[in-house]
Write a protein that binds this ligand. Sequence first.
Ligand code: SF4
Length: 348
Amino acid sequence: MQVSQLIGSWYDSHKRSLPWRENPEPYRIWLSEIILQQTRVNQGMPYYTRFTERFPTLRELADASLDAVLLAWEGLGYYNRAHNLHRAAQTIRDEHQGIFPSDYSSIRALPGIGDYTAAAIASLAFNLPYAAVDGNVYRVLSRILGIPDPVDTSSGKKTFQNAANSLLDRQLPGRHNQAMIELGALVCLPKNPQCSSCPVQHCCWAFKEGITRELPTKNKKSRIRNRYFHYLAIWQDHNLYIKQRNAKDIWPMLYELPLIETPHPAELETLMLSREWQTLFHGTKVTLLNTSRSYLHKLSHQHIHARFYKIKVEPDYTLEEYRAVPADEFNRYAFPKLILSYFNTMKQ
Ligand code: SF4
């Protein structure tokens, strides 16, 4: 039996029961693929359920406001995915008569869809012969075939795509792609591959050579940028000042508290001397009620070091471009997870 047949048969008897597999219509497959980008199945599942309940059809997603989509996405991170999801739904509504496109190039042209996602949707929803290569598949291919090329270089990516194409089961491409991904997710794990229960152990190059943990390889380690966020939780009576982010930065269009960012760690005394502080308070009287613990929020290429300062202002204070919102209305706005964590401490 060929490798693809072995993995396909293993998949038939070991695959997890997942809702988008039970109901494999293009809209739901696309939703699951976008939600699961850089997200584990367990973490993404509640969001898939939430989206299919709030937006049961592509048309309802396209007609929803961006705020409603971001609120449904709240806490999942990588918010550009939610922006693109919304834009893609509108593109399908406006340019494809509301019907999910069924050819690879039209799928690939939608916002937020790269090579992997286009191949996954084309094969899973339309049985088109495209090999989908994600992180799981890089790992499985590199180990079975002994490919030493780094997965983070363009030549390495080409090598892996060619290998995936040649292994693809062209009769059942959707099942094949899911089988490869499932094998990587359940058996061929990054640090602790379960080779004794692997259907292709007897023909796996890395297993034979005893170097499973050395593959796949990467060329460079990603550089982490440290950022220092000082959030000012400005309370006026029972209202808190918030504003929608619009910068081309992390968390676009989500809501946040007034923020002072510094290039290095900074104490309150330093913040109080900053131009941003003067702009926020323009000499008005403020009372510091408390200072939070330090938070570390890790994104793929950034580490956010944050602290929250709870501040009380007088009734005559105003802050342009911000809205003052009572605590029982916070759930109408989508906030980054970091700020939600802080809000949670206020309830304790
Ligand atoms: S034998 Fe081990 S290393 Fe090879 S594919 Fe299977 S789980 Fe991965």
